[in-house]
Design a protein around this ligand. Structure first.
Ligand SMILES: C[S@@+](CC[C@H](N)C(=O)[O-])C[C@H]1O[C@@H](n2cnc3c(N)ncnc32)[C@H](O)[C@@H]1O
Length: 229
């Protein structure tokens, strides 16, 4: 039987769960496997640790396997409708608490990292794996003068352009979406020193561990803070 290469479909809740397709079935991996311990998927299949899981999914140094992993991931989202329910995997009702939780988190770092915000300092954010711009529209655009969006699925980015058009925003013209990058995160290098915050919500699980680390290194520019969910 053909084995469908697995890929991650982040859904919510629970956060940080890994989902994959195998033989056309959606499987859920326990969050523990993402950390450093033993884990199982919903078919009872066991992984000793995250490394073992990744070795099976993307191989050790097999570019074909890895590129299949990424094309399956993006391919999944290409078949999903460009709505809040779509990008939240059928859990549209968690949108509001999810945004509230993200804002509470952001407020814990805001005063500490940007003490000069009240003096009119302009802030710029990058929303990675932005989908239809749900987080940009409901949260980031209220704090950042410029928001760039990165999203590899073109119909999501088209929806984001509409959702973040000035006439559809409840903010002054000092706050706007500027760039819409239609590229995957593993191929993106942020413009040095442009971003005060690089925001990654419900998306990082799409990257293999090595690409995740590599992105962190490329993103580590002065004054940048990363949020990962
Ligand atoms: C669960 S949705 C979350 C969307 C958005 N962050 C939100 O919270 O509404 C996951 C998003 O990650 C995007 N994605 C998938 N693979 C990606 C990759 N390799 N690089 C960047 N984004 C990716 C999907 O297209 C999708 O828009």
């Amino acid at each position: 039987m053909h084995k469908t290469p697995a890929h991650i479909v982040p859904r919510s809740p629970p956060p940080l769960a890994l989902y994959q397709f195998r033989n056309s079935k959606l499987l859920r991996l326990t969050p523990r496997v993402i950390m450093d311990g033993f884990g199982t998927d919903s078919e009872g299949r066991q992984f000793k640790n995250a490394e073992e899981m990744w070795r099976e999914q993307v191989g050790d140094a097999d570019p074909l396997k890895k590129s299949q992993w990424y094309s399956d991931g993006v391919g999944y989202w290409q078949g999903v409708e460009a709505t809040v329910d779509g990008v939240l995997g059928g859990y549209a009702h968690v949108n509001e608490p999810d945004i509230k939780g993200s804002e509470a988190f952001f407020n814990t770092i805001l005063a500490e990292k940007f003490p000069d915000i009240s003096t009119g300092r302009r802030l710029v954010a990058l929303d990675c794996g932005s989908g239809i711009g749900r987080v940009s529209k409901n949260l980031l655009i209220r704090y950042f003068n410029e928001v760039d969006l990165l999203e590899p699925v073109s119909h999501f980015l088209d929806a984001a352009r509409i959702n973040l058009a000035p006439e559809n925003l409840m903010v002054t013209e000092d706050y706007k979406a500027v760039n819409f990058f239609c590229v995957p995160l593993q191929e993106f290098t942020p413009e040095p020193k442009r971003y005060d915050v690089i925001w990654v919500q419900w998306c990082i699980g799409h990257l293999s561990d090595d690409d995740f680390v590599s992105f962190f290194k490329r993103a580590k520019v002065k004054r940048s803070y990363l949020k990962k969910l």
